[in-house]
Write a protein that binds this ligand. Structure first.
Ligand code: SF4
Length: 359
């Protein structure tokens, strides 16, 4: 069996372990800061530690769990997508997007996804397994290290890559808490955004936990029939149930909800959908992000046009719903979630892996 991943530990876990090894109390903090301040990626880099401790750490833990298999850079050099191989030969993706002064990462929480959204390459792949909290943390640290080398820093993390984060709730939130640790990477909770298809019990739980992390809902349709044709989760949770949970979230946290909407030409970019969406969102503290669909091989829908996107936005705004048109980034490097992994010659999910126990 593989030794545990160092990024799976919180600082108190590490402190307890080092104490059991007879190390002085300050060593745990030294290791922690080596990982999260100096971005060390192997025990050999911890030169402030005695050689005997470096050796013990090397034997007790894995430090590198993500093996970059493919790295693609967009033609404008602003987007870098990495396909990583995990220890069990599965593959996940994470993307860095540079935009003005922002350095935004999009990270994965699962291998594949059980939600089966028709327009999504990851959904078309099926479910493999949950990532551990350390595997989620490691994606951020990979890019943090890369940016550190050029004097840049990560400014935002969106949990919108492969997988449904609320299907892997504990590990996702544990990863965010670890990255948020003031003694470690100290990445502000408000700079994270979690995107969910709308797992209602988990939205409620998230609301009750009163977290500062931003919440986004992948909505994509304003009526259940259309949504069900693209997003099987609609069978379990209707749009009205999701919006009721969002109301609870806003009431509990005072925070705004973002709705994500991939505009598919003549499917969900119509005046009727815009009007119905505005009607449903009326009175909710929210914002809508629309983005032209990123086409995938397994879905026939086409991206909307600029004119139709602007008309959709204008309709929402005329009805008092703030709306932003987002740019598709990294289209030339298959930056849509799962597009690279679905083509990779590594172990991909099989129907037998199909996800169960969706909350
Ligand atoms: S859009 Fe998100 S939730 Fe839907 S299948 Fe893709 S990864 Fe899963």
């Amino acid at each position: 069996m593989n030794p545990p991943l160092i990024y799976d530990l919180d600082l108190p876990d590490l402190a307890r372990l080092l104490e059991s090894w007879g190390e002085p109390a300050y060593r745990a903090r030294q290791v922690w800061q080596g990982l999260y301040h100096a971005f060390h990626a192997s025990p050999a880099e911890f030169t402030t530690l005695p050689a005997s401790l470096r050796q013990k750490l090397a034997e007790a833990f894995r430090f590198q769990v993500l093996a970059p298999m493919t790295v693609l850079e967009s033609s404008d050099r602003q987007t870098i997508k990495t396909l990583f191989r995990l220890d069990d030969e599965r593959a996940i993706e994470a993307v860095l997007m540079r935009y003005d002064k922002r350095r935004t990462l999009c990270i994965s929480t699962q291998v594949g996804c059980a939600m089966g959204c028709a327009f999504c390459a990851t959904g078309q792949m099926g479910f493999g397994r949950h990532l551990s909290s350390g595997e989620i943390v490691a994606q951020v640290m990979h890019y943090a290290r890369l940016l550190h080398a050029t004097g840049e820093t990560v400014t935002n993390v969106v949990v919108m890559g492969m997988g449904e984060p609320f299907h892997n709730y504990e590990n996702t939130l544990a990863a965010i808490d670890r990255l948020n640790d003031a003694d470690g990477y100290n990445f502000g909770a408000r700079r994270f955004t979690i995107s969910t298809v709308g797992l209602v019990p988990m939205i409620r739980r998230f609301a009750q936990e009163q977290r500062q992390v931003n919440l986004a809902i992948s909505l994509h349709a304003a009526d259940d029939a259309l949504r069900l044709s693209m997003m099987p989760v609609t069978k379990k949770y209707s749009i009205d149930e999701i919006l009721a949970a969002c109301q609870e979230y806003v009431a509990a946290t005072g925070r705004r909800v973002t709705f994500e909407w991939a505009l598919i030409r003549e499917v969900n970019d119509t005046p009727e959908q815009a009007r119905l969406l505005a009607h449903k969102l009326k009175g909710l503290l929210c914002h809508v992000n629309v983005i032209p669909l990123n086409p995938t091989d397994g879905f026939a829908g086409q991206a909307t046009t600029r004119e139709r996107a602007e008309a959709f936005q204008a309709s929402l705004e005329a009805n008092g719903i703030p709306c932003t048109i987002r740019l598709r980034r990294g289209i030339d490097i298959q930056a849509g979630c799962g597009q690279l992994a679905s083509r990779a010659a590594v172990k991909t999910p099989t129907p037998a892996d199909a996800g169960r126990d969706i909350p």
